[in-house]
Design a protein around this ligand. Structure first.
Ligand code: NDP
Ligand code: ZN
Length: 351
């Protein structure tokens, strides 16, 4: 089969591989919609995970089942399915401890385009199919469905990590597709004010539509000064980090009230340390909490988040700005993600 792969750090290309083998609890799917992710860019061009050779990229897919293992109960050949980017081993100890995304070791629930071939291929393998697939709801837009692989569950996880409550004022740093979904999730959770930090106009427009009350342009001035000015010098209850770099933590700590929580879902692709400023962290005594997490994955989560789309509570398809046709489309779609033109929010590939 054909697949689009990371050849080594900084290089991608088309390769041929054998069709993956199906274990007893697994499924083999062919993609019907695919999306590249900013994480693919960190993986290839920053070498964030270390070197990988001829590893097929991609972890955001909607698929059709072409084979199931003998132990799979709820899925059959021909089913159209939502596929989570994170596919834990649900019978692991880590999953029982509440951290399925770390089953098999830290971050090891993230298998596609990390520990095994990803979804940018004619076929891909899904472990633990009953735990990791969900039926594609009848009538769901394929662009919205593709956002259920990663953008929605990750953006929402940032809000879960920050534990947003009714009436909180919240800063969402970064309003690419992940941060936009954090804005939508914070609004659903009852945030009073949402300060959305970004600079691309269409992201800012969509952030407002999803519930942001203020747009903070980090290119037009220090975000700490801007957010402190808007909150009368008090800062915010919660911060979700979905963009920026290692220095962003310093800003997040500064704008956070004592007792506040940072939920980070940003993938820090470079450098050895993140910065936590000593004084603004109350010399270690501020009760300002930093939580960072890989989204959990799994069927129940996919099904629950899918309901939010089917009932019209979220409109993730509005984030799709560029659409390509056919598997070959993953190459230009990925290059768009790499170059991030200012009119891009999220590309989609339909097969
Ligand atoms: P984008 O690149 O589309 O968005 C990044 C956002 O951050 C943009 O709004 C950008 O603004 C903003 N930004 C960039 N630099 C700064 C800065 N210095 N200060 C403040 N804001 C800044 O990324 P995605 O939405 O696709 O992904 C966000 C992150 O989430 C990535 O790191 C990705 O790898 C990670 N991720 C994590 C997952 C997880 O499970 N934890 C899963 C999936 C993704 P501008 O408008 O100028 O572009
Ligand atoms: Zn992703």
């Amino acid at each position: 089969m054909k697949g689009y792969a990371m050849l080594t750090i900084g290089q991608t290309g088309w390769i041929e591989k054998d069709i993956p083998k199906c274990g007893p609890a697994d499924a083999i799917c062919k993609p019907i919609a695919l999306a590249p992710c900013t994480s693919d860019i960190h993986t290839v061009w920053s070498g964030a995970l270390g070197d990988r050779h001829d590893m097929i990229l991609g972890h955001e897919a909607v698929g059709e089942v072409v084979e199931v293992g003998s132990e799979v109960k709820d899925f059959k050949v021909g089913d159209r399915v939502l596929v989570s980017a994170i596919t834990p081993d649900w019978n692991s100890i880590a999953a029982q401890e509440g951290y399925p995304m770390h089953s098999g070791g830290m971050l090891s629930g993230w298998k596609f385009s990390n520990f095994k071939d990803g979804v940018f291929a004619e076929y891909f393998h899904v472990n633990d199919a009953d735990g990791n697939l969900a039926k594609l709801p009848e009538g769901m837009d394929l662009g919205a469905a593709a956002m259920l692989a990663d953008m929605i569950p990750t953006g929402f996880h940032g809000v879960e990590l920050a534990d947003v409550q009714f009436g909180d004022n919240v800063a969402v740093i970064g309003i690419g597709p992940v941060g936009l979904m954090s804005v939508a999730a914070a609004a659903i959770r009852g945030a009073a004010e949402i300060f959305a930090v970004g600079s691309r106009k269409n992201c800012a427009d969509l952030a407002r539509e999803y519930g942001a009350t203020d747009i903070i342009n980090y290119r037009e001035g220090d975000i700490v000064e801007q957010i402190m000015a808007k909150t009368g010098g008090k800062g915010v209850d919660k911060v979700i980090i979905a963009g920026g770099d290692n220095d962003t933590f310093a800003q997040a700590i500064e704008i956070l009230k004592p007792g506040g929580i940072i939920g980070n879902v940003n993938y820090l692709g470079e450098g050895d340390f993140v910065k936590i400023p000593r004084v603004q962290w109350g010399c270690g005594m501020s009760h300002k909490t930093v939580r960072g997490g890989l989204m959990p994955g799994g069927r129940v989560r996919s099904e629950k988040l899918a309901r939010l789309i089917m009932t019209g509570r979220i409109h993730p398809e509005k984030m799709i700005t560029h659409t390509f046709q056919g598997l070959e489309g993953v190459e230009p779609a990925l290059m768009l993600m790499k170059d991030k033109p200012r009119d891009l929010i999220k590309p989609l590939v339909l097969l």
